[in-house]
Design a protein around this ligand. Structure first.
Ligand code: ATP
Ligand code: MG
Ligand code: MG
Ligand code: MG
Length: 439
């Protein structure tokens, strides 16, 4: 992409109403624009990162054996009356009527819709296990939308629903989700710690939230510092292997880690004092096992091997896809701007032309641009006639992992300057070596 042809409306001023750094940086970097309270337009750069995050979520869900589909955002209230949640859900639900005065709502979550799809088609235990999921816009009329995409009213969420014959199978689905979530967050350069939590309006007994530690997080968390030493890494996993998934759950929940809702001072005090941590965290996902709560209420049954009709065991599992942009920036930035982890960066490398219009410099930039594209990278080439300082500031703000600076002085020596955004280190290299270093 050439910056002269792109749409990147960066702001020079720091927006006054943005309280936290990720919100400020997303506005300044031209990623989002608020259109009304808690509702955002995703400008090209923000949309690009959103898609990258979404793709990682899809990839890991599909690896875990879960099946993507898409539900509508608008639902009929009838299904929610059937499950008993219509009245209970409260003011976070945006309710409306169509021209025939039928009650409708904008989906805040989709247990009812998925349960309805399931009961419409699935009859036999032989069709289980089954996990369906979607990545779709949700609406919750939050009383205090704030912090940009972190607490929006309209937000993008991955929500998955497992249907199983037995509790044991459903707990395996729970564990599969835990493993796939650990992998998902790590691919985005994030450490998200599973913490025992409270189930809230979804209902159920077993639930973990995934929290990214950050001072600006809205949850208070209590944990044993040893939990932060655990990483999933690139170990092989067979998602069909119950024992293997269970072992991962046990490992990652082996240390005390709870949100304030389930925090137990007596148990916490058993952790050696020097390892006890009280901190703040951003909830980036949550998994639930809730048994037959919805299948009982909505009559979602299958025939078991003996021919009996039994309600299916279910769980639901969410990832805050749009909130993740905020969480990633909270964890990866400096005074000059964002520092994207490689896995989610909107472009891999920025090219800064120090003397636009100079034949040799323009030529070298074009050659580099083509070579990077040929290697499968997405470069962003600042080909505008602008001061070097302004170009550097933009590149630092939008946070691409690498910057290549091309100018007449370097070219005389046959070198370009390669700068790493995270460390700030620069090296002078030939074009060939520059490309090799980025790889
Ligand atoms: P919170 O406690 O932050 O209100 P929640 O527990 O109500 O979140 P869930 O129902 O567990 O949310 O939804 C799954 C995920 O969707 C959450 O873990 C979070 O990452 C994301 N999410 C929930 N509400 C919002 C929101 N208003 N804006 C952005 N993301 C959200
Ligand atoms: Mg909430
Ligand atoms: Mg919550
Ligand atoms: Mg939650």
């Amino acid at each position: 992409m050439r910056l002269s042809r792109y749409f990147l409306p960066v702001l020079k001023e720091t927006p006054a109403d943005a309280q936290i750094v990720s919100h400020r940086l997303m506005l300044r970097a031209g990623m989002i624009k608020q259109t009304s309270a808690g509702i955002y337009a995703w400008l090209p750069l923000g949309f690009k990162v959103l898609r990258k995050i979404e793709n990682i979520v899809h990839d890991e869900q599909i690896k875990a054996g879960h099946i993507p589909m898409q539900m509508p955002t608008l639902q009929s209230a009838d299904l929610w009356r059937e499950s008993g949640r219509y009245d209970g859900y409260g003011q976070e639900m945006l309710r409306m009527q169509d021209r025939h005065e039928r009650d409708m709502l904008f989906s805040p979550t989709a247990e009812e819709l998925f349960t309805d799809i399931f009961r419409s088609y699935v009859r036999s235990y032989k069709d289980l296990p089954l996990t369906l999921y979607q990545i779709q816009w949700k609406f919750r009329d939050e009383i205090r939308p704030r912090f940009g995409v972190m607490r929006g009213r309209e937000f993008y969420m991955k929500d998955g629903y497992n249907f199983d014959l037995t509790k044991e199978d459903a707990l395996h689905a729970y564990n599969r989700h835990l493993v796939s979530y650990l992998r998902t967050y790590e691919r985005m350069g994030l450490q998200a710690i599973p913490m025992r939590a409270d189930s809230g309006p979804i209902g159920g007994d077993d639930t973990h939230e995934f929290l990214v530690l950050a001072d600006t997080g809205e949850s208070e968390v209590f944990y044993d510092s040893e939990i932060t030493d655990l990483t999933f890494g690139d170990r092989e996993i067979d998602f069909a292997d119950k024992a293997q998934c269970q072992a991962v759950l046990e490992e990652f929940t082996s240390r005390y880690a709870r949100t304030d809702e389930t925090h137990d001072e007596a148990i916490f005090n058993e952790v050696p004092e020097e390892r006890r941590r009280v901190a703040r965290g951003i909830e980036v996902g949550q998994i639930f096992y809730f048994g037959t709560k919805y299948s009982d209420a909505m009559n979602a049954t299958v025939q078991d091997a003996e021919g009996n009709k039994v309600p299916v065991h279910m769980g639901s599992h969410g990832i805050g896809v749009s909130r993740l942009l905020g969480a990633i920036i909270e964890a990866n930035h400096d005074d000059n701007g964002i520092i994207w982890p490689e896995g989610v960066t909107p472009f891999h490398v920025g090219i800064v032309n120090l003397k636009q219009g100079d034949e040799a410099t323009d030529g070298a930039c074009e050659q580099l641009y083509a070579a990077l594209e040929a290697e499968g990278f997405e470069p962003l080439y600042d080909d505008r006639k602008d001061r070097a300082g302004a170009k550097f500031a933009t590149m630092d703000l939008i946070g691409l992992p690498w910057r290549v600076t091309v100018g007449p002085r370097g070219l005389e020596k046959g070198v370009l300057e390669l700068t790493c955004r995270r460390t700030g280190e620069s090296v002078e290299l030939s074009m060939e070596d520059t490309i090799a270093r980025i790889k």
